[in-house]
Design a protein around this ligand. Sequence first.
Ligand code: PLP
Length: 491
Amino acid sequence: MAIKFKSTRGDKTLITASQAIVKGISDDGGLYVPCFIPKIDFKLEKILEMSYKELAYEVLKLIISDFSEEELKYCIDNAYDKKFDTDLIAPLKEAAGEYFLELFHGKTLAFKDIALSILPYLLKTAARKNGVSEEIVILTATSGDTGKAALEGFADVEGTKIIVFFPEKGVSPVQKMQMVTQTGNNTCVVGIKGNFDDAQTAVKQIFTDKSLNLELKDKGYVFSSANSINIGRLAPQIVYYFYAYAQMVKNNSINFGDKINFTVPTGNFGDILAGYYAKEMGLPVDKLICASNDNKVLYDFFKTGTYNTNREFLVTASPSMDILISSNLERLLYHISGNSETTKNLMDDLAKNKKYKFTVSESYIVGEYAAEAESFDGIKEVYEKSGYVMDTHTAVAYASYKKYKKEFNDNTKNVIISTASPYKFAKDVCRAIDLKYDGIDPFEAIGILSGIWKEKIPAPIDGINSRAISHKNVIEKDDIKNFIKDYLEHA
Ligand SMILES: *Cc1c(COP(=O)(O)O)cnc(C)c1O
């Protein structure tokens, strides 16, 4: 039986997974959630024998359950292929006594590739199933990595256009270069004078702007989202939690059936929410540790029960986590409270007063954070102990986990979700390892890092600085809507 989806904010309309993927966000502003989180319908031991693709099929069929076997396998086969530089897709590495699940082996060197390699196929299939004939316009707000991964996923995909908004001053030089050199006739990249929250809020408003949506439908366009507010983004991320567990058993780090912890570097709360789904589906997970950087709104929330965005927005060396309004937290609130009225009230409070109160038990999520200096020390420590190099986001998770372990005296085996290649943040990584690299050119840093680390420079960023810049738009944050209208008029 196909599982139905509904809004977190009370709209009672039930829709299928494929409809939720096309729509992205509910008309009432809520996010789509499954009416219940399904349990796995196979023996957990089976994951020990499955390839990434086989596992992806077994997990995704439970959530995206109105796709036929053929449709789903088509999407999976086209997503997890040679775009990744390892057949394992998500290899587990051990270094300095810790376990790292490397999710950065795709085309844009960040974990967003795992979901955004498959999303275009899910979306096109979902559109076809539902008789959507309009051209699909993907609107994406990015804190740095989603934008590029979405552009790579959707570039030249027939029947789609993609527009990406990024905070002009809030992404790393390499991230920016990756985006503004994007090729593909259906791609558009725009810098905004504002931060990620400004971009995400503006984009969410556009999805629920009825008159704009009608106007564009007349012109043959429908909007959808490549952000983790789209359930089609979230579902593929559940897979690698199972895959990590299987690798922990296979390398004899745990016995089958043992519970493990995951520490997840968190921004928009999509990645860790997928971990929560994996646990609810039946994976033996004990603690999910939510690691924040200096923008520690989530840490404060889990510790105190007050979510308060009324604070300074800090630009850090882990820009993909520089977020104060973590969209997917809304889904967790819904699942925990079991109540869309509560969820709606909390979200209304957030919109009006920039804060709300709600207590989440540590049996669901434990909040931790690492300040910039703590993460940098972590990079140096792991490198000196083992020669392994972490990126700045993974380092936030590593340093947070160290603090957690000390505070809770918990010796349960833990997997750190490693979300980006250090090459993507080479300048800060080099500086963390040796202060003499302070102030080096961010592109030169890539070459320097290849001298420090034994892994070779990944092809997608090798020579990136000499590629042609094809996107030069920079706009005010209040002009996003007009920009979109204008762009589609002339497209
Ligand atoms: C997006 C991103 C994160 C945060 O993931 P969320 O799902 O937004 O919590 C962490 N690290 C990197 C490198 C990212 O690109």
